[in-house]
Write a protein that binds this ligand. Structure first.
Ligand code: NAP
Ligand code: MG
Length: 484
């Protein structure tokens, strides 16, 4: 049976004003199983009125009150973890165990983290000896928009909504139309958690229509966006015209640097394989260019390819599936096109390179074998453009300088990982990498207090910890003469 989703406007589940809906597909089966509102500017206008009415009260509540609402919401999600995880897996094609162990627990953690953070947040004072005292106020902006992508749906949606709400803003959130299901469950839970109407609004719809209407609306004070570099550039243009704050978390082409002295244990190899193929390679932080010191290249390649071949691609609901389906027909076509391009560019496919047929329930699903390619130059399109699928390349390097040059030679700069037992080298290479995040001998180990974001075309601004709270507030300096 097809499920029909609703917007959350003014504290109520609401049908779109235009009565139109978008089809939502299950990647593992290729079938449409839900309809999501195709919201437009009329829904944005309704939502804004309610959010603007809610703002004065919400922003003036003590931070402990706002934290209490957020913790209640976190508790409700945790109680329904299995329902949320099933929905996330079904909606995105990701293995259920990943949704259960990572995505949904992280959404709960996001809410709890910012609920706690806001009660601990302090601002600065600058004393001018006995002449004057300056103190800094950080005040909420008003109504803000949070727009998130399909790869980590609830995880990234809450990563934006939580600091925005904690800081005292009212939020209009738009999940990706490709994966709207957990946002619907979040809407239902937020009603039960007792959020005042208008504090949290969820609008479903397409990026071009609903998303753009949010971005362009002059009453929306800030845009927090995670998604592609192409759309990020469009949003930056629109925001610039209105002097609107924009935080942009965009694409990546991350490098994994493996030095000859890496800790060559099975556990570390497993982590590198996971960093390449977790969530079918559809994590902005996945390492898609694996750079290996020449003296160990052949041996590393053999181990890496063998481990990749052992990954099981299958029904995301089954516990034995390491990889599920990619998110949509369009994305399947894009990734398969990238593999074809790699072949044309002269790449050798060491494993994978084709679609995977999963019989039974999943026979029409969008499955791709984890793919390892070698023999391509650093400047070819395969090594320059984001693929965002289970596809990685291997390239050898001779020394630290060449490793850094290769790592830094794309327009992106989100994350990198460095694998070495030489601490001096690790620090030197970390300092030389053009990226916002560097992991040494680990990957995706996340402390929510740390700044998160990219350089170059991977984004503008940082999320996480106080960076997010700063983004969602306006800073004001107050100067008091002490002896007027
Ligand atoms: P996308 O097409 O840019 O979409 C992201 C979000 O923006 C979706 O909600 C989308 O809506 C919406 N959108 C599309 N066009 C819009 C417009 N003109 N105005 C306002 N909103 C618009 O990206 P995606 O394909 O969903 O996600 C994959 C990309 O996200 C990859 O490039 C990946 O690297 C990046 N990403 C970055 C990070 C990070 O932290 N840096 C994290 C995760 C993913 P619809 O989907 O409904 O069209
Ligand atoms: Mg999209």
């Amino acid at each position: 049976m097809t499920q029909t989703l609703s917007n959350l406007i003014d504290g109520r589940l609401t049908a779109p004003a235009n009565g139109r809906y978008l089809e939502v597909f299950e990647p593992a089966t290729g079938r449409c199983y839900a309809l999501a509102p195709d919201s437009d500017s009329a829904d944005v206008a309704l939502a804004l009125t309610s959010a603007q009415q809610a703002f004065p009260d919400w922003s003036q509540q003590p931070s402990t009150e706002r934290a209490r609402h957020m913790n209640r919401l976190a508790d409700l999600i945790e109680t329904r973890l299995e329902q949320f995880a099933q929905a996330e897996s079904r909606d995105s094609g990701k293995p259920l165990q990943l949704a259960r162990n990572v995505d949904i627990p992280r959404a709960v953690a996001n809410l709890r983290f910012f609920a706690a953070a806001i009660t601990q947040w302090a601002s600065e004072a600058h004393a001018m000896e006995d002449r004057a005292l300056n103190y800094t106020l950080r005040q909420p902006l008003g109504v803000v928009a949070c727009i998130s992508p399909w790869n980590l749906p609830l995880y990234l949606f809450t990563w934006k909504i939580a600091p925005a709400l904690a800081a005292g803003n009212c939020v209009l959130g738009k999940p990706s139309e490709v994966t709207p299901l957990t946002a619907q469950l979040l809407a239902e839970a937020s009603i039960e958690a007792g959020f005042p109407p208008g504090v949290l609004t969820i609008l479903h719809g397409s990026g071009a229509q609903t998303g753009q209407a949010l971005v362009d609306h002059p009453a929306i004070k800030a845009i927090s966006f995670t998604g592609s570099t192409r759309v990020g550039a469009q949003i930056a243009l629109s925001a610039a015209r209105q002097f609107k704050k924009a935080s942009l978390e965009l694409g990546g082409k991350n490098a994994t640097l493996v030095f000859a002295d890496w800790n060559a244990s099975e556990a570390q190899l497993d982590t590198i394989v996971r960093s390449a193929f977790a969530n079918q390679g559809q994590i902005c932080l996945c390492g898609s260019r694996i750079l290996v010191e020449r003296s160990i290249y052949a041996e590393f390649r053999e181990r890496f390819v063998a481990r990749t071949r052992a990954l099981r691609v299958g029904d995301p609901l089954l516990p034995e599936s390491d990889l599920g389906a990619v998110v949509s027909q369009a994305h399947f076509d894009k990734v398969m096109g990238c593999i074809a391009l790699a072949r044309e560019e002269g790449g050798r496919i060491l494993t994978g390179g084709e679609a995977v047929a999963v019989p039974g329930r999943c026979e029409n699903g969008w499955f791709i074998a984890p793919t390892v390619i070698e023999g391509l130059g650093a400047q070819c399109r395969t090594n320059q453009e984001e693929i965002f699928g289970p596809v990685v390349t291997l390239q050898p390097f001779d020394d630290d300088a060449q490793a850094l040059a290769l790592a830094n030679c794309t327009n992106y700069g989100l994350a990198a990982s460095v694998w070495t037992r030489d601490l001096t080298r690790a620090h030197r290479v970390a300092a030389g990498l053009h990226s916002g995040i560097v992991w040494i001998n680990c990957w995706m180990l996340r402390d929510l207090r740390t700044p998160f974001g990219g350089v170059k075309q991977s984004g503008l601004g940082r999320e996480g910890g106080v960076e997010a709270l700063r983004f969602f507030t306006e800073t004001k300096n107050v100067c008091i003469a002490l002896d007027p």
